[in-house]
Design a binder for this molecule. Structure first.
Ligand SMILES: NC(=O)c1ccc[n+]([C@@H]2O[C@H](COP(=O)([O-])OP(=O)(O)OC[C@H]3O[C@@H](n4cnc5c(N)ncnc54)[C@H](OP(=O)(O)O)[C@@H]3O)[C@@H](O)[C@H]2O)c1
Length: 384
């Protein structure tokens, strides 16, 4: 592996992307940032390009301009992210895009055989059936960034496969934990965005409140660790200190504990297979005092059940559910629908759009397009 590692960060202006650049800054000489991208925050993108001496940037919103440093190549339009992700001269692509925008760049990176640090779980959820077999052909390694999957990835190192019974993902319970389903159905945007332990982007914060995010993570674990759904469990753990667990056949558990700081799993994925050198906070159990666990009450979180069921169905069902959620979350954050109606949009879209096999990108993109149109129609009716 080269030192410095040549790394491209897609979605560098977002919560994960900014944290990844903090990791770069904390380890001088370890990384050379080759390319960065944003949708519309061109001002921050230009600052990042100047600070990290980046050669290429991609900006999704063609109308945005900014003072990029001289010599920086600015790519625009469809295909720019695929070009960056598919650059064969990279050591690592961090896919920190949000929602379905991460799908095609993930495919481009995997097709090239690049190692991918996967923050964008939606790409695995929507196209795991395509990406995982392709990765095994091209030699592309997928390293998890989600704290839960990073924890499992670390616990699985040095564990024999026949020792593993399954995995348990922890869930903080999100900002609405303890609320009745009637009260949470009308929760305000401020309440939903007020996550108790993690500071994240808007979509993933809303998805955490609805537990849709946990369902996406169940599917992500299914693909990353090649586990059937009935061997993936979820437990609520409000302190977010135990990041997840591996269950062994003898009934015991392996856990990974740490402060809830995304720089920890991001750094792990960026340095992999080398050990991460920087301590971003130290986990002091004496100061934390107590750790608690409770079962997930699925009845309070209809979005969780819908996405996990879509995962079990397979084919394009997960892509349809993920797209419907993206549309519904957008409508909720624009204050056009209520929080409780996110599940209604997903359910109606799953009922209304035909499923197909997800064995090629055209099927997945067609399902995404159809689901988006359908979900927008459902939102329009609900918002009337
Ligand atoms: N945040 C966390 O702590 C966390 C934890 C675990 C997993 N994740 C996952 O990591 C991914 C990123 O989450 P995040 O919270 O960092 O998201 P975020 O803060 O919303 O950032 C998203 C990034 O993607 C860019 N972007 C958004 N829409 C785009 C589009 N249509 N085309 C191209 N670029 C686009 C944004 O650019 P602009 O800034 O210009 O809008 C930004 O750079 C998600 O899949 C999330 O589930 C996040």
């Amino acid at each position: 592996m080269r030192v410095p590692k040549q790394i491209t960060i897609l979605g560098s202006t977002g919560s994960i992307g900014r944290a990844a650049l903090e990791v770069v800054a904390a380890s001088p000489g370890a990384f050379e940032v080759v390319a960065l991208s944003a949708l519309s925050n061109s001002t921050l993108l230009a600052e990042q390009a100047a600070r990290f001496g980046v050669q290429r940037v991609a900006i999704g919103d063609e109308a945005r301009s900014a003072d990029f440093p001289p010599g920086v190549v600015v790519l625009r339009g469809a295909g720019a992210l695929d070009d960056l992700a598919g650059d064969p001269d990279l050591d690592l692509v961090l896919n920190a895009l949000v929602g379905s925008s991460g799908l095609k760049p993930a495919l481009a990176a995997v097709r090239t055989g690049n190692r991918v640090a996967v923050a964008n779980k939606e790409s695995l959820v929507m196209a795991g059936e395509l990406l995982i077999p392709m990765a095994s052909v091209t030699g592309s390694e997928l390293i998890p960034v989600d704290s839960e999957h990073s924890a499992i990835f670390r616990c699985l190192k040095g564990t024999r496969r026949d020792e593993v019974d399954g995995v348990t993902l922890t869930a903080s319970g999100g900002p609405l934990r303890g609320m009745s389903s009637e009260a949470s159905a009308t929760a305000s945007l401020d309440d939903v965005l007020n996550h108790p332990t993690w500071n994240m982007g808007r979509k993933v914060t809303v998805d955490s409140a609805s537990m849709f995010n946990k369902g996406l993570e169940v599917m992500e674990a299914h693909w990353l660790f090649d586990l059937p759904y009935d061997r993936i469990a979820v437990v609520v753990h409000p302190q977010s200190i135990v990041h997840s667990l591996v269950r062994l056949v003898d009934g015991s558990l392996l856990a990974h504990l740490g402060e809830p700081d995304m720089k920890v799993p991001i750094q792990y994925a960026m340095f992999y297979p080398d050990p991460p050198p920087v301590a971003f906070g130290r986990c002091d159990l004496g100061a934390i005092g107590g750790l608690s666990f409770e079962p997930l009450d699925e009845a309070c979180y209809p979005c969780y059940g819908l996405i996990v069921e879509a995962g079990r169905i397979g084919g394009t069902a997960p892509a349809i559910a993920a797209t419907a959620d993206e549309v519904a979350v957008g409508a909720f954050t624009d204050e056009r629908i209520r929080f409780g109606q996110i599940a209604s949009v997903i359910e109606a879209t799953l009922d209304g759009v035909r499923f197909a096999p997800a064995d090629n990108m055209d099927h997945i993109l067609a399902a995404e397009d159809e689901a988006r149109v359908y979900a927008l129609g459902v939102v329009a009716q609900l918002a009337d």
